[in-house]
Structure formats: C-alpha cells, structure tokens
Ligand binder design. Structure first.
Ligand code: DGP
Length: 114
C-alpha cells in the first residue's frame, strides 16, 4: 500500500533494525520501545487491521506468532516470559494500520494493560 510505513519497512524503502525476515513476514525493533525487548512482527502483505483477516490469513497469523516465539527464544526470553499483543482500531490503541504483533519482554509485565 502506497503510504503505509510498515509496507515501506517491509520493502526496505524505510530503514528499521530488522531481526528476522522471510517470504511472509518481517520483524524489526520498535522505534518507541515499551520494554527492553520490543519487536514488531508484520506480514509483508498489507492487511490494515485484525478485522480485515479472512480464512486464507489464518496460517499467516499463526506464522507471525511462531516467529515471535522464536525471536523471544533468540532474545533469551523463552523461560523468563514475554508478552505478545495485537492492537485493533482506536480503542485497542492501534496507530499504524498494517497489522503487527508486538513482542515485549525483558521486564515484569503488568496486568491489566493500560
Ligand atoms: P500500535 O500502536 O499497536 O499501532 O503500534 C505501532 C508501533 O509502531 C508503535 O509501538 C511504534 C511503532 N512504529 C511506528 N512507526 C515506526 C517506524 O517507522 N519504525 C519502527 N521501527 N517502529 C515504528
């Protein structure tokens, strides 16, 4: 999509500190980290929100979670624990309208989230 920041990160048009990429997804460090480890896992294909998923995207979303878990392991978080979250639309706190899975770790998480 033309004006999507995360599409541009996916293609390399905008730089980011990438930690993983394959043919389906890209993972990179968040510009405004909320924890010592804060990585975003995005699909290469533009999908605006969780509401726009269809059944054909189910494997892709599963792959995003699997990639996040593997990165958590690489970052030494597997045993300590970590959080993954996807925000949807205004009340969910979504600010970039290209779905992304936040991987947060390296500190104790609170509940409930703000
Ligand atoms: P959300 O609020 O769930 O839509 O999260 C969007 C996240 O994206 C937010 O934590 C900041 C991050 N972000 C926004 N623009 C950029 C960017 O250009 N580069 C990187 N690395 N992260 C970005």
């Amino acid at each position: 999509m033309n004006n999507c920041i995360f599409c541009k990160i996916s293609t390399g048009e905008i730089s980011a500190e990438k930690v993983y990429e394959d043919d389906q997804v890209v993972a990179f460090r968040d510009l405004n980290p909320q924890a010592p480890v804060h990585v975003l896992v995005i699909p290469r294909r533009h999908i605006a929100t969780l509401n726009d998923l269809t059944t054909v995207d189910e494997a892709l979303v599963g792959h995003m979670s699997h990639v996040a878990a593997r990165i958590a392991g690489d970052e030494g978080l597997a045993e300590r624990g970590y959080r993954t979250v996807m925000n949807c639309n205004a009340e969910g706190g979504q600010t970039v309208f290209h779905i992304h899975l936040h991987l947060l770790g390296g500190r104790q998480m609170g509940w409930s989230p703000g």
